[in-house]
Design a protein. Structure first.
Lengths: 120, 689
C-alpha cells in the first residue's frame, strides 16, 4: 500500500483514478490543479505523484519542477497523464523531472499496471 | 480486479458541458487578429483537452476524435502557428455546438446528425491545412496498434548504460529489470568499472551499467517499452540473441501473455470493448430521439449541484434544532408553572431554529442567474452579426441567486426579450449615427435583489417603443377607446396583448406579435410580474420581478364567511375601510371606489367564490387594495387574520386548476386555505379601467 497524490482538473478523471487506486488498497490524496497539489505536497509526503499536464493556475510541468525542489519529493516517482498527440509534452515532462507517463485514454487495469510497475 | 468506471460517466458529462460553456465564453471573448490572448486561448484549449481525454477514457470515440481536431486548431493558435481569424472562431463556436449535441446524444443514447459532424470536421481540417506540414500529420490520428515485430525465439541482448542523472527523475534500473522478468527469463550482468572511489561517489548518480539477456518470445517493442521512460537518459542497445543461443541460455516456454500496460499494443481493442460495455449499460434507458431540449431539462432537474457550504450550514442548524428539542424534552419531563419562562425561551429558540433551517434549506434550491445569463453573450454575438448591428452586452449581478424552478422558467422569456431588443430596439449603425448616438448599441442585463424579490432588467439604448403606432394599433383592435387619454404605461402595456405587433415586417429573429403575451404569462406562472418603461430615442427597459422561492410565500390571511384565504403579502398595498358614499356603481364596470384619488374596481371575494355567511355590507368589512401587473383592485373581505409564511401546495396536482387561485396551504389549525393569484383574479374578472 502506498500514498499517491493525484492531480487533475477534470473531476471525472480525478474520481476515476482515485477510485481505482483506493480499490487497489492505496491511500489517495487529490488536488485539482498544480498550485493545490503543491500545497498538499508541502504538508504530506507521497510515494507516487500522478499529474495531468494541462491545468489552470499551475500546469503539470511547473508542478513537477516545483516538486523536485522539495527534499521530500526529490526522488519520488512522478507520472504525467498525457495524450498521444502531445509527444513533445511527454518529453517536456521528462525534462522537468517526471519519471514517466500514462497515456490517455487509459482504463483502470492499465493505470494499476503502470502504478504497480513504478511502486514495485 | 474489475473496476466499473461507468459511475463516473455522469461527472464526465457534467464537467464536459461546463467545459463547453467555458469554451464558448472564451471564444466569444477572443478578438480575431489578436494572438496575444494567450491565457484565453489556453483556457479554451484546456477545456477541449479535458473533454478529449475524458471522451477517450469513457469510450466516446467520436467525441474524442472531433475534439482532437478542435484541440489541434487551438494548439496552433496558442503557439502562433495559426492565426485567430473570425472564420476560425466561428468554426470553433459551431464545433462547440456540435460537440454539445454529440455529448447529449451520447448521454441519451441517441444518434447524432452525421452530416453536421462531417461538415464541421471538413471545415476544421481545412482551417488546419492552411498551415500544412505539422498539422496534417497530427490530423490523421496515428495508428494506435503498433506493428508487431516478429517474435524472436531466442530473445534479446540488451546493453544498458544509464547516464549519471538517470535516477534524478525518480526512475530506478531495478524497477525496469523487474519488469523485464515478466517478459521472460532474465540474466543480468553488472559492469562496475565506472564506480568511483567512495570519497568521490555521489549517491544520487548512477555509475553502473548492465548487459542483460532476456530469453523468451517478447517482441522488440515490448522490450523497448520498458526503457521508454529513460530514453535520452541512457545508452541503450537492443539486439536479437542469435538463434544458436549462447550456452546456458535455453529457449523457455512462452510466458503467459504480457501484462496489460506493458505493451501499448491492443489499445483500440480495449477501447472498443469499453465502448461496448458503456453502450450495454445505457441500453436500458433507450430513449427515442425526441425533443432534445426537453430531455436536457428533464435530466437536469433530476439533480442539483449544491455548494458544500450550504449543506454544512443546514447540518449545523439541524444540530441546533436537536439541542433545542432536547431542551424542550427536559423541560417537559417535570414541568411546573415556575418554569414557564424557560419554556417560552425554548419555544422562541425553536421558532428561530425552524425559520433559519427553512431559509437555509430554501437556499439549497437557489442557483446563480449566471446559469441563464451565460447563454446570452453567444446569442447576442450571433444575432447581431446576422442583423448587421454592433452590440455590446453588459451583464451585471449574475451571481444573484434564484430558485432553480424559476431559473428554468425564465430562460425562454429572457431570450425573447433580448431578441426583441436586438431586432426592434437597437437601430442599425447608420441610423444610430444619424441620431447622434454611438454606432455600437448597448443591451444591459441586470439582476439584483430588492425587498424580498429578485429583479431582472433587460434594457437597450435603442429607438424606444413607438407610442403612436401602438396607440393606432390599440384603437384599431378595439383595445383602447377613441378620445380617451392614456398614460404611456397603459399604451406600452399593449405590447403584452396577444396578437399585437407593430413590427413592419416579420423577421426570423423575433417574429410578429406572438411572444410578448407568452413572455408575460410565463413570468406570471412563476409568480412574477413584468413592467415596461420606454423613452423615444433613448431606449426601452423591461423589468421582471420574481419571487425568491416558489415553495413558501409570505401571506396575509383574510376571512370570508367561514373560509380563510391567503393573499400574497407582496401584492398588498393597503387595507382600508370604505364609507358607502365613496363607492360608485359604474355601468359595465361594476363597483368602484376612490383610493388616493384613483377609482379602483371592487372584487367581492364571497361572490367570486360563492362563500356563505360572509359580510356583504361594504362598511362592515374591509377592502384590501392589491396590485398585479401595474393594475390595482380592492378585494372585499370580512376581516384580516394574521400574517404568516405558508407553504404552497399545488391545487392542480391535488384537485384541478382554478383560475384566480395559485394554490392551497394547510393552516396551523388544520383548515385548508386557498392562496389567491392576484394577477389571475384581475385577468379573469376583466376589471380593466
Amino acid at each position: 500500500m502506498a500514498t499517491i497524490l493525484v492531480v487533475d482538473d477534470s473531476a471525472s478523471m480525478r474520481q476515476m483514478v482515485e477510485f481505482t487506486l483506493k480499490e487497489a488498497g492505496h491511500q489517495v490524496m487529490v488536488a485539482e490543479d498544480g498550485q493545490a497539489a503543491l500545497n498538499v505536497a508541502k504538508g504530506a509526503s507521497a510515494n507516487l505523484v500522478i499529474t495531468d499536464v494541462n491545468m489552470p493556475n499551475m500546469d503539470g510541468i511547473t508542478l513537477i519542477r516545483e516538486l523536485r525542489t522539495l527534499p521530500a519529493y526529490k526522488f519520488t516517482p512522478i507520472l504525467t497523464l498525457t495524450t498521444e498527440s502531445t509527444t513533445e509534452k511527454k518529453m517536456e515532462g521528462k525534462d522537468a523531472g517526471a519519471t514517466g507517463w500514462i497515456v490517455k485514454p487509459f482504463n483502470p487495469e492499465k493505470l494499476l499496471a503502470t502504478v504497480n510497475k513504478v511502486l514495485g | 480486479m474489475a473496476i466499473d468506471i461507468g459511475q463516473f460517466v455522469q461527472t464526465f458529462f457534467e464537467e464536459s458541458f461546463e467545459g463547453l460553456d467555458v469554451m464558448e465564453a472564451g471564444l466569444l471573448a477572443l478578438e480575431p487578429g489578436v494572438t496575444t490572448d494567450l491565457e484565453k486561448i489556453n483556457t479554451i484549449f484546456r477545456a477541449a483537452h479535458s473533454i478529449k481525454g475524458g471522451g477517450g477514457t469513457f469510450g466516446f470515440k467520436d467525441v474524442t476524435d472531433f475534439t482532437h481536431l478542435m484541440e489541434t486548431l487551438l494548439d496552433g493558435m496558442r503557439e502562433g502557428r495559426l492565426s485567430v481569424t473570425s472564420e476560425a472562431v466561428d468554426a470553433l463556436l459551431q464545433s462547440v455546438d456540435c460537440l454539445r449535441e454529440m455529448l447529449i446524444a451520447a448521454r441519451e443514447n441517441i444518434p447524432v446528425e452525421p452530416e453536421q459532424v462531417r461538415a464541421l470536421r471538413a471545415r476544421l481540417s481545412r482551417l488546419l491545412n492552411q498551415q500544412p506540414a505539422q498539422n496534417r500529420a497530427e490530423n490523421t490520428p496515428s495508428p494506435t496498434v503498433a506493428p508487431a515485430s516478429a517474435p524472436q525465439a531466442a530473445g534479446w541482448r540488451i546493453q544498458f548504460r544509464p547516464h549519471p542523472q538517470l535516477m534524478h527523475s525518480g526512475n530506478d534500473p531495478v524497477r525496469m529489470f523487474r519488469e523485464l522478468t515478466e517478459l521472460g527469463k532474465l540474466t543480468v550482468r553488472a559492469d562496475a568499472s565506472r564506480l568511483p572511489k567512495l570519497a568521490d561517489l555521489r549517491p544520487e548518480d548512477s555509475y553502473l551499467s548492465w548487459e542483460l539477456e532476456l530469453s523468451g518470445d517478447a517482441t522488440r517493442d515490448a522490450v523497448a517499452e520498458v526503457f521508454a521512460w529513460v530514453e535520452g537518459d541512457c545508452d541503450l542497445n537492443i539486439e536479437p540473441l542469435a538463434a544458436e543461443a549462447a550456452p546456458g541460455v535455453r529457449a523457455e516456454p512462452a510466458p503467459p501473455a504480457a501484462p496489460p500496460g506493458a505493451e501499448a499494443g491492443p489499445k483500440t481493442g480495449e477501447e472498443g470493448r469499453q465502448g461496448e460495455l458503456l453502450l450495454e449499460r445505457r441500453k436500458g434507458e433507450d430513449r427515442r430521439r425526441g425533443d432534445r431540449r426537453v430531455n436536457v431539462a428533464a435530466s437536469d432537474s433530476a439533480s442539483i449541484r449544491v455548494g458544500i457550504d450550504k449543506v454544512d450550514a443546514v447540518i449545523n442548524l439541524v444540530g441546533e434544532l436537536v439541542t433545542t428539542q432536547s431542551m424542550l424534552s427536559a423541560l417537559g419531563e417535570d414541568f411546573d408553572m415556575s418554569r414557564l419562562d424557560k419554556l417560552h425561551e425554548a419555544l422562541d429558540q425553536l421558532d428561530r431554529n425552524t425559520r433559519d433551517l427553512q431559509e437555509h434549506v430554501m437556499r439549497i434550491r437557489m442557483l446563480p442567474v449566471s446559469s441563464v445569463f451565460s447563454r446570452f453573450p453567444r446569442m447576442v454575438h450571433d444575432v447581431s452579426a446576422k442583423l448587421g448591428k454592433q452590440v455590446e452586452l453588459q451583464i451585471n449581478g449574475e451571481q444573484t441567486e434564484l430558485d432553480k424552478t424559476v431559473i428554468e422558467k425564465i430562460g425562454d422569456p429572457l431570450v425573447h426579450l433580448i431578441r426583441n431588443s436586438l431586432d426592434h430596439g437597437l437601430e442599425p449603425p447608420d441610423e444610430r449615427a444619424r441620431a447622434g448616438k454611438p454606432e455600437t448599441g448597448v443591451i444591459r442585463l441586470d439582476a439584483y435583489h430588492k425587498s424580498g424579490s429578485i429583479f431582472i432588467e433587460v434594457g437597450d439604448d435603442g429607438r424606444g417603443l413607438n407610442r403612436e403606432a401602438l396607440l393606432r394599433k390599440g384603437l384599431q383592435e378595439g383595445l383602447l377607446r377613441p378620445g380617451e387619454e392614456y398614460s404611456d404605461e397603459q399604451i406600452y402595456d399593449l405590447i403584452f396583448h396577444p396578437g399585437l405587433s407593430t413590427a413592419k415586417q416579420v423577421s426570423d429573429v423575433s417574429g410578429r406579435g406572438v411572444g410578448m403575451d407568452v413572455v408575460r404569462s410565463n413570468i406570471q406562472d412563476v409568480g412574477g410580474s413584468i413592467q415596461i418603461a420606454s423613452h423615444p430615442g433613448q431606449g426601452t427597459r423591461i423589468t421582471i420581478s420574481l419571487p425568491l422561492t416558489l415553495a413558501i410565500l409570505d401571506g396575509q390571511l383574510v376571512s370570508v364567511g367561514e373560509d380563510c384565504y391567503i393573499i400574497p403579502l407582496l401584492s398588498i398595498i393597503e387595507s382600508v375601510q370604505v364609507r358607502a358614499d365613496a363607492v360608485n356603481r359604474v355601468a359595465g364596470k361594476g363597483e368602484v371606489f376612490r383610493f388616493r384619488g384613483q377609482p379602483l374596481p371592487i372584487l367581492r371575494l364571497y361572490e367570486l367564490f360563492d362563500t356563505e355567511g360572509a359580510v356583504s355590507d361594504l362598511e362592515q368589512g374591509l377592502l384590501v387594495v392589491v396590485e398585479a401587473d401595474g393594475r390595482q383592485v380592492g378585494l372585499f373581505v370580512d376581516d384580516l387574520e394574521g400574517q404568516q409564511q405558508v407553504s404552497i401546495k399545488s391545487l392542480e396536482k391535488n384537485f384541478r386548476q382554478v383560475s384566480g387561485v395559485a394554490g392551497a396551504t394547510i393552516l396551523g389549525d388544520g383548515r385548508v386555505g386557498l392562496i389567491l393569484d392576484i394577477s389571475g383574479l384581475i385577468r379573469v374578472n376583466n376589471v380593466a379601467l
